[in-house]
Design a protein around this ligand. Structure first.
Ligand SMILES: NC(=O)c1ccc[n+]([C@@H]2O[C@H](COP(=O)([O-])OP(=O)(O)OC[C@H]3O[C@@H](n4cnc5c(N)ncnc54)[C@H](OP(=O)(O)O)[C@@H]3O)[C@@H](O)[C@H]2O)c1
Length: 321
């Protein structure tokens, strides 16, 4: 979109897993980035200062999603915004309405309003396949595409509060865009894996760490849909830069049953403490990234993602029991 490499963009939740890779990519392409964090002095954000070109072109801005003025200060003067921040807990939380839904929804509203006021040319919202796949009415044998939306009541009934938070936030983004004419694009990644730039392990990386470390007696043989974090960063840049990008984009690369995933890992790394047996995980529909691929998106092989992840976890000392 707005262009080339002299653009200034804002990335919310800068210290997080996906946002860190996005910022690294944007800095490497000449962008100037305002990256928001809640606490600039927190140790968990130090990796940002080590990114190439960060001294010259990364400005860390203190902002809380629930505080409009702080969000507006970060967005003001930007050509584009990548709204990445949203709570992603590794498990259930005691008060999901407050801890998950409120920051996801109000955060998105605050970011979009700030975009309108600051006359931002395009806002890219990171949604999730969690806003796509919880739909019991979708025919089981049909591949899910961008027309499929998670059913909020069904998510609530099944205690899937992360899915609720992502669905209400993305739905609100589209309502806002339709009402105001703000140029919005959303990206819905599946499970994001690949090496971490940050020190604190994020929820999706933890899922793979546990497969390697926990030695579960039994686990579900469900179908995992995986995408590399570096390919997600490329997808975000692509949907920002391509003028013809519009609507939602599912971002997924590989669908693999848990048992096959473990087998693939074992062939490369035979000695980790893998799950011992698998039970039927039910038949979930596949999801497709055809629309994103038509825009020019490409993804790397699964083995590369897995090897780079494991090597990264080893270096970080995450695989010892
Ligand atoms: N990883 C995946 O598998 C995956 C898949 C699909 C979609 N996504 C989406 O991708 C985005 C990034 O996820 P991630 O995996 O990178 O998770 P992450 O590392 O946990 O990053 C989440 C970020 O959101 C920030 N945040 C949370 N609540 C906030 C608030 N109230 N105000 C300001 N910032 C807040 C966090 O900041 P603090 O560090 O201050 O807490 C953190 O920087 C999320 O929108 C997530 O839903 C992730």
């Amino acid at each position: 979109m707005a262009g080339k490499n002299s653009s200034v963009v804002c990335v919310t939740g800068a210290g997080g897993y996906v946002a860190s890779w996005l910022i690294k990519l944007l800095l490497s392409q000449g962008y100037t980035v305002n990256g928001t964090v809640r606490n600039p002095r927190d140790e968990k954000n130090v990796h940002l200062k080590k990114l190439e070109n960060s001294a010259e072109r990364l400005k860390i801005v203190k902002a809380d999603l629930l505080d409009f003025n702080s969000v507006f200060a970060a967005v003001k003067g930007c050509d584009g915004v990548f709204h990445v921040a949203s709570p992603v807990p590794p498990g259930s939380v005691p008060n999901p309405e407050v801890e998950l839904v409120k920051p996801a929804l109000e955060g998105t509203i605050n970011v979009l309003k700030a975009c309108s006021e600051a006359k931002v040319k395009r806002a890219v919202i990171v949604s999730s396949v969690a806003a796509v796949y919880m739909n019991p009415k979708w025919p089981k044998d049909r591949v899910m595409d961008e027309t499929c939306w998670s059913d909020i009541e069904y998510c609530k009934a099944n205690n899937q509060w992360y899915c609720v938070s992502k669905t209400v936030a993305e739905a609100e983004a589209w309502e806002y865009a339709n009402k105001t004419g703000l140029n919005v694009v959303t990206l819905c990644p599946t499970l994001v894996l690949g090496p971490m730039l940050q020190h604190a392990t994020n929820a999706s990386s933890l899922a793979l760490v546990k497969i390697l470390r926990e030695g579960y007696e039994e686990t579900e043989n469900n179908l995992r849909k995986i995408v590399d974090v570096r390919d997600v960063a490329e997808a975000l840049k692509l949907v920002y830069e391509k003028p013809e990008a519009e609507g939602r984009y599912i971002c997924t690369a590989h669908a693999i049953k848990n048992r096959d995933l473990v087998q693939t890992l074992k062939e490369i790394y035979p000695n980790y403490n893998y799950p011992k047996s698998f039970k039927d995980g039910g038949n979930m529909s596949e999801v497709s990234s055809e629309k994103l691929q038509r825009l020019g998106w490409k993804y790397r092989p699964l083995k590369e993602t897995l090897v780079d992840s494991v090597e990264n976890y080893k270096q970080a000392g995450l695989l010892h029991n």
